[in-house]
Write a protein that binds this ligand. Structure first.
Ligand code: RUQ
Ligand code: CUA
Length: 665
């Protein structure tokens, strides 16, 4: 998104060159903080923050977790990208998590977070994130802060409009950013046959109530346009999902200009309860596809990846009463529903006002067939018939809107770098505050739910310029914390983020803390390679595979002297951490491995594969400072030439060197 927004910025500047526009771009380091700001973000040593903030990591492919109001970084959760710190994507057990129909894809671009809800309120169970590049949705388990599941989305390209969640976590959704030829069609078509051959889809991915496991319930075939963002209805509009889309021009080149021709694009309203009825009635077509579904088993400490072969497709043209379009000015980006579910806010990137639609009016317009023709067979509702009203002259380049607990909305303006507070009912602008700089998403704790907790608003900015110490050509991305408890928004704090932050959600700490897991119980460890005690530690040869069943406990490995490995072997270190205390992971690393370390949680087993590429003796050691004698937690593995007859041997704590043979060099 970054380059395109920069282009937009240039475009707007070039096109208008209005002096007021220039002047409202903040210049220089400004500190508009009031005197008591420091005390408001000060969380005393040993004290906890009030909220967790789950922040997307953009092109880092990860999710990060901060405390609010302190802005302290607690954890980076590896999701779509390999993470050598935690061995994610490097250990044999976690590699299948990153499998796709294209093979192993160790990176993605994570834009949006959706926290699970029950009855429209955060329940603290899971955090979902989207992969924007190779279309995927991930589920992070908030008991462990680890990625538990990743599902690939077929018939999609650029999963941007995702993973927005319904009020009982019935579904997370995925709308394709790029329209493309469908997976089972001949994909080898001229790009300029876009209008004839390219299609869009939106997918509804069901979430199991108990386990959280995802499956693609159905997809809906849509016109060949671009889906940008989405929000579920709630309360009275529960059962509906709203998607913003751009490029109703169906351009396939220079979208910057060609997709900005029409005065209005659309917010597409999908009645998913109706869609469910159609699926039940057998109105969907079974379509052959290929997509990966990866699940991490917490007892086996191991992921499996299955390639699924079929999806149910509903056609938006053929099935009545399921999909409607609401005209929305100028390339809408954000599409947000207020806590009551009555209002739907569209943010047109090139629009000079913010349209607010009424769900009640939408229902009336549908009942009375108050249509403005159709678009690709889908009824278009009359703009005036569905409009609650417009927020006038709010700012320039509206992107996203969040809501508080007092009936106010907060909209971010990328071009004019500000956040504007307005009254959802009266549409009156009541306050505006500068951000530094070029704000994208906003987050209010509980902002997308039926019950916002309010209190703070966090702006996630694309550019920081002069806010922090320079770090070479690229500067820190940044979040800014505002106090919204009073009438006026007040800037409290800047804090840097990882990657580029897009959407984030904040949740009261209690809702997560109470479920947090401290260890994996060793008696529940079902990993087939586990050594559930020192007396099970051993080394076994299987052809040219050497399996080391190793244990780790403060402060040694068993075994810690290993011989009998030969060139051409692949060594699998299966390391079981026997600790049963909170926060005592052990690490494991071997010199020269074309891999990363393992970081093994208490009670867990993880495997590192190593193919020695030279003869010698190689050190192994624990990477995580685990006790006063952590530095002593080390050992050796000896590699002999191919054809040598050094037998497999292993030991820990032997005074004499392990048995050697005459052929030893
Ligand atoms: S985006 S800055 Cu969610 Cu990818 Cu709007
Ligand atoms: Cu175990 Cu350091």
């Amino acid at each position: 998104m970054k380059p395109s927004f920069k282009n937009l910025l240039l475009l707007v500047f070039a096109a208008s060159a209005l002096p007021w526009l220039q002047s409202c771009k903040p210049k220089g380091t400004q500190s508009a903080v009031s005197g008591d700001a420091a005390s408001k973000v000060y969380v005393a040593p040993g004290k906890y923050d009030e909220f967790y903030n789950f922040v997307s990591g953009g092109f880092s492919g990860q999710m990060s977790v901060y405390g609010i109001p302190s802005g302290r970084l607690f954890r980076v959760i590896p999701v779509f990208s390999v993470d050598p710190e935690k061995g994610y994507g490097y250990s044999e057990e976690s590699k299948p998590m990153l499998n796709t129909s294209h093979g192993f894809v160790p990176w993605d671009d994570l834009h949006h977070i959706a926290l699970s809800q029950t009855d429209g309120i955060h329940d603290g169970r899971w955090a979902f994130g989207n992969g924007n590049n190779t279309p995927r949705i991930a589920r992070v388990d908030l008991k462990t802060f680890r990625t538990a599941e990743i599902i690939e989305i077929p018939n999609s390209a650029g999963n941007h409009s995702s993973p927005f969640i319904t009020e009982n976590s019935e579904y997370v959704v995925a709308g394709t950013r790029f329209s493309v030829p469908m997976d089972n069609s001949n994909g080898d078509v001229a790009i300029n046959t876009y209008k004839a051959n390219f299609k869009g889809t939106v997918s509804f991915i069901a979430v199991d109530k108990t386990t959280g496991n995802m499956n693609i319930a159905f997809q809906i075939q849509m016109p060949g346009i671009n889906f940008d963002l989405a929000r579920a209805g709630k309360g009275k509009s529960h059962g509906w999902m709203f998607f913003s889309c751009y490029n109703s021009e169906k351009a396939n080149t220079l979208l910057e200009i060609n997709a900005s021709q029409k005065d209005k694009d659309f917010i597409i309203a999908v009645n998913w309860k109706k869609a469910e009825e159609y699926v039940k009635a057998g109105k969907g077509k079974k379509v052959p596809v290929k997509y990966a579904h990866n699940i991490y088993d917490e007892q086996k400490h191991m992921a499996t990846s299955v390639i699924e072969k079929e999806v149910i497709m509903l056609d938006s043209k053929e099935l009545a009463d399921m999909v409607y379009m609401m005209p929305c000015p100028k390339s809408p980006h954000g599409c947000d529903t207020d806590p009551t579910g009555e209002y739907i806010v569209g943010s047109g990137k090139l629009a000079a006002m913010i349209p607010v639609f009424s769900f009640t009016k939408m229902q009336e317009a549908i009942a009375s067939k108050n249509f403005d023709g159709e678009y690709d067979g889908i009824p278009v509702l009359k703009y005036d018939a569905v409009l609650h009203g417009e927020v006038k002259k709010p700012g320039l380049g509206p992107l996203h809107t969040e809501f508080d607990d007092k009936g106010f909305a907060y909209t971010s303006f990328f071009v004019s770098s500000e956040v504007v507070k307005w009254n959802v009912k009266t549409l009156e602008v009541v306050d505006r505050v500068k951000t530094f700089y070029s704000v994208g998403h906003l987050s209010v704790p509980g902002g997308p739910t039926k019950k916002p907790w309010g209190k703070y608003m966090i702006a996630y900015n694309k550019i920081t310029k002069d806010r922090y110490l320079p770090t070479g050509p690229e500067l820190a991305q940044s979040a800014q914390l505002y106090d919204i408890s009073g009438e006026k928004m007040k800037l409290l704090l800047d804090f840097p983020t990882i990657g580029e932050p897009h959407y984030a959600e904040a949740i009261p700490a209690d809702l997560v803390v109470k479920n947090s897991q401290k260890i994996y119980k060793i008696e529940d460890n079902k990993n087939p390679y586990a050594a559930l005690g020192d007396n099970f530690a051993r080394v076994e040869r299987k052809g040219n595979e050497v399996h080391v069943y190793m244990t780790s406990i403060r402060s040694h490995f068993t075994p810690d002297n290993i011989e009998g490995v030969k060139m051409g072997d692949v060594v699998y270190f299966h390391v079981t951490n026997l600790e049963q205390d909170w926060d005592v992971p052990h690490g494991f690393a071997v010199k020269g491995a074309n891999n990363a370390e393992l970081l093994i949680m208490p009670g867990e087993t993880q495997t590192l594969a190593w193919k020695p590429e030279r003869v010698g003796v190689f050190p192994i050691y624990c990477t995580d400072f685990c006790s006063a004698l952590h530095q002593e937690m080390q050992g050796y593995i000896r590699v002999s030439p191919a054809g040598s007859n050094v037998p497999i041997s292993f030991s820990t704590g032997k005074k004499e060197p392990v048995a050697t043979t005459a052929t030893e060099k």
